[in-house]
Write a protein that binds this ligand. Structure first.
Ligand SMILES: Nc1ncnc2c1ncn2[C@@H]1O[C@H](COP(=O)(O)OP(=O)(O)OP(=O)(O)O)[C@@H](O)[C@H]1O
Ligand SMILES: [Mg+2]
Length: 262
């Protein structure tokens, strides 16, 4: 369930999201669509976002998807895969472990170069605080998503992340679309509305580097439905992927229009 407080009517919703079939066809033809999921802070919902998007692209859109797990500390995605394989589940996407240290360590720039032409969608799950990898990600991703719960405790590092993304984006030759959204939302409260307002307060008088948070339409906030928490051992159902599908079809609308017009 998306954020019912901001639900557009049917026609309005159609205008906000790219149609499923055209997204699938566009991605298959284009290939190498790199989505980064990154906030320079731990625990904001990055790996869950990467996982649900990968499941949506693979199971609903039938695409060839790989997740690059850059998180040296927790390696949540790689461990999630091991966990589900042990339970006999079929994993519909590939995972590449991207270690930061040791003999196999290479830069994310090199890693993404080595994947060129091989997959329809590449999703990079960023570790909480690795700035160098984040900069490589901003230089290559076409879409960068910054999930966080609607709480100052989680959004605290979003401004610093946006500033880093803004300076790294100049290295990106294709162009990068950057979006914030709230996840882990209880739509029975107005926390998302309150936090969105708090984050949009422009402190530019005192801070000339202030970057206004580029929020997705608030309808596409993601719920804190229990299946997200259970997904450590329970494979999400197709219907659990619906709100993620809407979110990413919304985030991709402008990118598809822009690239098709070029
Ligand atoms: N939409 C959601 N609803 C409920 N719980 C969620 C949701 N998204 C994430 N969580 C929970 O929040 C916690 C942190 O999520 P996650 O591991 O995805 O964050 P992360 O940003 O990848 O953390 P890290 O920086 O450690 O890699 C987990 O317990 C996860 O189950
Ligand atoms: Mg993680």
């Amino acid at each position: 369930m998306s954020n019912w407080r901001h639900k557009p009517d049917e026609k309005g919703l159609r205008r906000l999201v790219a149609p499923t079939k055209s997204v699938a066809k566009w991605l298959k033809t284009r290939k190498d669509f790199v989505i980064g999921v990154g906030v320079l802070k731990g625990g904001t919902g990055k790996s869950t976002t990467a996982l649900y998007l990968a499941l949506y692209f693979a199971l609903v859109l039938n695409l060839d998807v790989v997740i690059v797990d850059t998180d040296d500390n927790s390696q949540s995605i790689s461990r999630w895969v091991l966990q589900h394989e042990a339970l006999g589940h079929t994993i519909p996407f590939k995972v590449i472990v991207h270690p930061r240290t040791g003999a196999d360590a290479i830069s994310l720039k090199k890693r993404l170069k080595s994947l060129e032409g091989k997959h329809d969608v590449v999703i990079v799950d960023l570790g909480g605080g690795d700035k160098e990898t984040f900069i490589d990600l901003c230089a290559r991703a076409r879409l960068l998503l910054m999930p966080s719960a609607p709480s100052g405790w989680e959004t605290d590092r979003i401004q610093a992340t946006l500033q880093t993304a803004a300076s790294a984006a100049v290295l990106n030759t294709e162009g990068i679309a950057v979006y914030n959204f709230f996840t882990k939302c209880d739509f029975g409260t107005t926390l998302a509305e309150e936090e969105r307002e708090a984050m949009a307060v422009d402190l530019s008088d005192e801070d000339e580097d202030f970057v206004p948070p580029p929020f997705l339409h608030p309808y596409f906030d993601v719920s804190k439905a229990p299946h997200h928490v259970r997904s450590w051992t329970v494979m999400p159902k197709r219907s659990d992927l619906d709100e993620w599908g809407l979110l990413v079809r919304h985030a991709m609308l402008g990118i598809i229009e822009e690239e098709e017009a070029a």
